[in-house]
Design a protein around this ligand. Structure first.
Ligand code: NIG
Ligand code: FE
Length: 414
């Protein structure tokens, strides 16, 4: 078969296909080819390999791309973002510099609640336009799939508005968007002291969101002072009944057993985990829950980093994401997150790449379609401006992307 597009002269092709290795580190068990090529047909991977390609896979219509010996990876996956929101919160940065904590600001009606206000006030069109600007930046950093949560509405109308923005965006720009309903992101002011009523309200939203086919996942902010373990269990169990797959913001600030709950409910992923307990690590491992680590949030909130080396030693699979949101991590730059992970989580280059490709796909339950360069999978790839993966992690704060290919089309070309 003849390809539509062929990338040749690839120095290092990290396919992220999981392979058996004698190395026991199951975060490094991915395939890396050298002097390689990838052929694409109809938006999917047709063929790949090392050495010279068979001349029969090209004709005079095939687009040929010389990778000039650089690094090529699967399209990066940012599997945890709060993309759709109104406003920004630069004022909080300077309140924090004067000693206020993230929780102090939230308890005073700021934080998430101030973004809720801005999101309610914004029209759907305004939210689309704002999010589109962010998506354009993400694409430039090599991201071809993201997850996008609601949770800045906390009422049915605004939650639906946010999720409908995801749907519109999915049709208007190249990045694939996986939607998550996170109605339980904070307790609205008017429900202070009536938390159980708010939980009932969120539970009532679940079938409506599902009927409208607006979200695949349900997530919750399980944290001391936000939603307790019992409340989180209640909401997530109901969500499961209505057909949602589950995620949980767990042990971000305090260790309250959120990861243990993730294990108990067999959630697809568990997020943050900066304060995870040893029991929590075992619960993730034993139940195949992906640990979705967001080191940009630790960096920005000046908090502990999640104990990733310990998790890897226990055999937990790690994904890395931005957590892009206006409060705890205002950046769309997944490459920066990868660099922070290499520096502060002491992850190896291969572990970092695995975490933003095949493991990002697993944390979205999409590992059959995306996350690795394998025959039949979506042709989502990044060509970097670098001949080594190490260099991409070392030279921080810049954009290393040369070209992004999404569903077989060149969508970014630097
Ligand atoms: O993942 N932890 C809860 N939610 C977000 C922050 C949201 C915000 O501050 O607006 C997070 O860090
Ligand atoms: Fe988050």
């Amino acid at each position: 078969m003849v390809s539509d597009l062929l990338i040749y002269n690839i120095g290092t092709l990290i396919t992220s296909k999981e392979i058996e290795l004698s190395n026991k580190n199951l975060m490094e068990n991915i395939e890396i080819l050298t002097d390689a090529y990838v052929a694409i047909k109809n938006g999917t991977i047709l063929l790949l390999g090392e050495g010279p390609y068979d001349k029969n896979i090209i004709d005079n219509k095939t687009i040929l791309i010389d990778a000039e010996k650089s690094v090529v990876t699967p399209g990066l996956i940012d599997s945890h973002t709060h993309l759709v929101h109104g406003g920004s919160r630069e004022n909080e940065m300077f309140l924090k510099a004067k000693g206020a904590t993230y929780m102090d600001i939230l308890n005073a009606g700021g934080g998430i609640l101030s973004t809720v206000k801005a999101t309610k006030e914004a029209t759907k069109e305004e939210l689309v336009e704002k999010a589109k600007i962010s998506l354009k930046k993400m694409l430039a950093f090599g991201v071809t799939t993201i997850e996008s949560k609601s949770g800045y509405g906390l009422d049915l109308e605004t939650e639906i508005k946010q999720l409908e923005v995801n749907k519109i965006l999915a049709n208007e720009q190249p990045i694939d968007i996986v939607s998550t309903f996170m109605g339980a992101h904070a307790i609205p002011k008017e429900y202070k002291g009536k938390e159980e009523d708010f939980i009932k309200k969120v539970i009532k939203m679940l079938p409506i969101i599902k009927d409208k086919n607006l979200a695949e996942f349900c997530d919750i902010f399980c944290e001391h002072g936000i939603f307790s373990i019992e409340q989180s269990r209640k909401i997530l169990k109901e969500a499961k009944k209505f057909g949602f797959k589950l995620k949980i913001h767990a042990d971000e600030i305090e260790s309250i057993g959120g990861a243990e709950l993730a294990g108990e409910l067999e959630t697809t992923s568990s997020e943050h985990l900066m304060a995870i307990s040893d029991e929590g690590i075992i619960a993730l491992k034993n139940n195949g829950v992906i640990a979705n680590i967001l080191p940009g949030t630790s960096f920005y909130l000046k908090k502990e980093y999640a104990p990733v080396r310990k998790m890897i030693d226990y055999g937990v699979q790690i994904a890395l994401s931005t957590d892009y949101n206006p409060g705890s991590c205002p950046t769309e730059n997944l490459q920066l997150i990868m660099q922070i992970a290499a520096l502060y989580l002491n992850m190896s280059p291969i572990e970092v790449i695995k975490a933003v490709t095949i493991n990002g796909a697993k944390s979205l339950n999409k590992e059959k379609q995306i996350g690795s360069i394998e025959i039949g999978k979506k042709a989502d790839l990044v060509i970097f401006n670098s001949k080594s993966l190490e260099y991409i992690l070392y030279h921080f704060g810049i954009n290393h992307t040369k070209m992004v290919i999404k569903n077989g089309d060149i969508v970014y070309n630097n």
